[in-house]
Design a protein around this ligand. Structure first.
Ligand SMILES: [Zn+2]
Length: 286
């Protein structure tokens, strides 16, 4: 069995026509990521019913649905409404992390409080440079402090500066991320995508930092998992896929979990380490 710490989900009306949905809301960064004008189309889509079927087929007990890193407060609110419906329908299978944009000011903080009070498990995925605010924005600081008070976790998107270019690639400086984790010791941080494999030994010195494996198959060979374990420790790594992204574009015709589970299972890791990454670590926080 496994738990997926990093998926995304959208209602059908969003992906029926992503261009006009995004244009209406001014969400052009998202549009460029999910429907780039050139290059391979990696984005898949799924209904919540299909998600549950795909989880069942691959033995995924639970999944954390992250909000997208929206550019507008209104879109964050809309995303939270979708997530509220999904977690209400599948409380034993789905956990939600709330989207957030610091430019929303007080409204963004109030919305987080409401989300936590109604059972959201954290905040994320955040990507300040893509969302139009800085890592030292005081409203972001308030959100991170609030997460700490509530015992919640915050997932940040992290880019590996050394991997190939892809639509939406943006710099996420590790010094800024580490500074936030240092300022907010009570808040748990997940640095997504193996923290871009940046400065992992340094990250290890801060006990509130974790990383996830989302989209790793797109960027690395399977020996990356052992490298990450050697550098940061198996206790700090959560399995995540980035479903419904097709992270095995050569073989996946539709979104699914099994291929990523198989690839990490066959990566030659110690059984204990694999069990921690796939399932045990995340159980301590959701
Ligand atoms: Zn993601």
């Amino acid at each position: 069995m496994s738990i997926d710490a990093h998926i995304h989900l959208y209602p059908e009306h969003v992906y029926a026509d992503p261009e006009s949905w995004a244009a209406t809301r001014g969400e052009f960064y998202w549009l460029n990521c999910v429907a780039p004008k050139s290059g391979p189309k990696l984005q898949g889509w799924a209904t919540v019913d299909q998600l549950i079927r795909d989880m069942d087929a691959a033995g995924v007990e639970k999944a954390i649905i992250l909000g997208w890193y929206w550019e507008n407060q209104k879109t964050c609110e809309e995303n939270i409404d979708w997530q509220s419906d999904w977690i209400a329908a599948h409380p034993d299978r789905l956990v939600a992390f709330a989207p957030f944009n610091a430019n929303g000011g007080d409204a963004a903080i109030d919305q987080l409080k409401r989300a936590f009070d109604s059972g959201f498990g954290g905040i994320g995925e955040l990507n300040p440079p893509a969302q139009g605010y800085t890592y030292d924005d005081p409203v972001l600081g308030q959100a991170l402090a609030l997460a700490g008070e509530y015992g919640k976790t915050v997932t940040f998107h992290v880019t590996d500066p050394d991997t190939r270019d892809y639509p939406g690639k943006i710099d996420t400086p590790m010094e800024s991320l580490i500074a936030l984790a240092r300022e907010h010791p009570k808040t748990r941080f997940i640095f997504a995508h193996l923290a871009g494999m940046m400065q992992l030994p340094e990250l290890k010195t801060l006990p509130n930092i974790f990383i996830d494996t989302a989209a790793a198959p797109l960027l690395y060979d399977t020996d990356i998992y052992q490298t990450a374990i050697d550098q940061i420790g198996a206790d700090r790594i959560f399995f995540g896929t980035d479903y419904p992204l097709r992270t095995f574009p050569k073989t996946q015709t539709k979104p699914e979990f099994q291929t990523h589970i198989d690839s990490i299972t066959n990566a030659g890791l110690k059984h204990d380490d694999l069990d921690k990454i796939l399932e045990q670590n995340i159980k301590n926080i959701i």
